[in-house]
Ligand binder design. Structure first.
Ligand SMILES: NC(=O)c1ccc[n+]([C@@H]2O[C@H](COP(=O)([O-])OP(=O)(O)OC[C@H]3O[C@@H](n4cnc5c(N)ncnc54)[C@H](OP(=O)(O)O)[C@@H]3O)[C@@H](O)[C@H]2O)c1
Length: 294
């Protein structure tokens, strides 16, 4: 595949970082967008060109998109922190980035959305992404929507480790809820593959899931990972429940598991992907050390 130029937003974060690594590994050029180039030296070391830009204001976007072959758009409501989500900001990031792609005539846009962003969910976390998906269709941009499931990496990040060490995994949903999961590195591989496939992916919305586990199973596996027993506790705070929305519990959990497994196989086959299962992900993820252990 000929070397091509891709603009990646959110490159200093998890998804954009993974997309950047996958594209560079395949020999492409990456313009890694950040509001603060000073914090992107690792991306430069990897071989990316670091470009200053802001999806809210549009600063730097025309220059970044000049003669680019593709644009990976990552929007976030958490630009001011996880405890103060700003969904209007996420809509604005989407409108600005998609508008810039339209003006620049960018040949391929990938918009990163989320599983559940099908609209009218009533959950703010999904509504802003659904609005951006609608905007992309209104603008008739040549492109693909990726809807990643919950990141496997959430469960192994340093911020959750203290609680796991205390033997507890908590989330605002019932213990038997089956959660669809994806490894962030697989989002990078999926975006790179879809860019390389070009027009094959135009107009497609791709749900990215690599596994589906109940919270009870996740707690048990995380326990093996850190070497101690972990139990699941449903978080009761109604604000937390509102933020993530109700995940319906399937009437037949075993059939639900088989259905999702069939969907993962179809996803792998259609797009030539290999989706990481949760035990494999844990097996290749070192347990982070807490500051107190350094
Ligand atoms: N965690 C999950 O399980 C999950 C699952 C599905 C979807 N999602 C969605 O994934 C998104 C977050 O992705 P992530 O976890 O990969 O991000 P992340 O690691 O939290 O990093 C956020 C990135 O967004 C960039 N950013 C923030 N505001 C920006 C702006 N105004 N202009 C340009 N860039 C901006 C930051 O870049 P700079 O600071 O360098 O500018 C940074 O690279 C959220 O929308 C979330 O809802 C999360």
């Amino acid at each position: 595949m000929a070397r091509r130029i891709f603009v990646v937003s959110g490159a200093t974060g998890k998804q954009g970082g993974a997309v950047t690594r996958s594209l560079l590994k395949r020999g492409h050029s990456v313009r890694a967008l950040t509001r603060d180039p000073a914090k992107a030296s690792n991306l430069r070391t990897l071989g990316a060109e670091v470009v200053e830009g802001d999806l809210r204001t549009g600063k730097g976007l025309p220059e970044a998109l000049y003669h680019a072959d593709g644009f990976f758009i990552l929007t976030t409501p958490f630009d001011k922190g996880f405890d103060t989500p700003d969904y209007d900001s996420e809509r604005r990031q989407g409108r600005t980035a998609l508008g810039a792609a339209k003006s620049a005539g960018t040949p391929h846009v990938i918009l990163s959305s989320a599983t559940g962003a099908f609209g009218d969910s009533g959950v703010s976390l999904f509504e802003s992404k659904a609005a951006n998906e609608r905007r992309m269709k209104e603008l008739e941009l040549p492109g693909t929507i990726l809807r990643p499931a919950t990141f496997m990496d959430n469960f192994t990040s340093a911020w959750g480790l203290e609680s796991l060490r205390a033997g507890v995994l908590s989330f605002p949903a019932p213990a038997e809820t089956r959660v669809e999961l994806v490894a962030v590195s697989d989002i990078g591989e999926a975006a790179a593959s879809v860019f390389e496939l070009g027009s094959v992916g135009f107009g497609e919305t791709i749900d990215l899931t690599g596994d589906a586990r109940t919270f009870v199973e996740i707690a048990r596996m995380l326990g093996s990972w850190i070497g101690r027993s972990v139990h699941f506790q449903e978080e009761a705070d109604p604000r937390a429940k509102e933020r993530f929305g109700a995940v319906p519990t399937a009437p037949d959990p075993e059939e639900e598991r088989r259905r999702i497994e069939r969907e993962i196989e179809a996803l792998e086959k259609r797009w030539g992907l290999h989706m990481t299962r949760f035990p494999t992900f844990l097996g290749s993820t070192p347990v982070p050390r807490l500051d107190s252990e350094r």
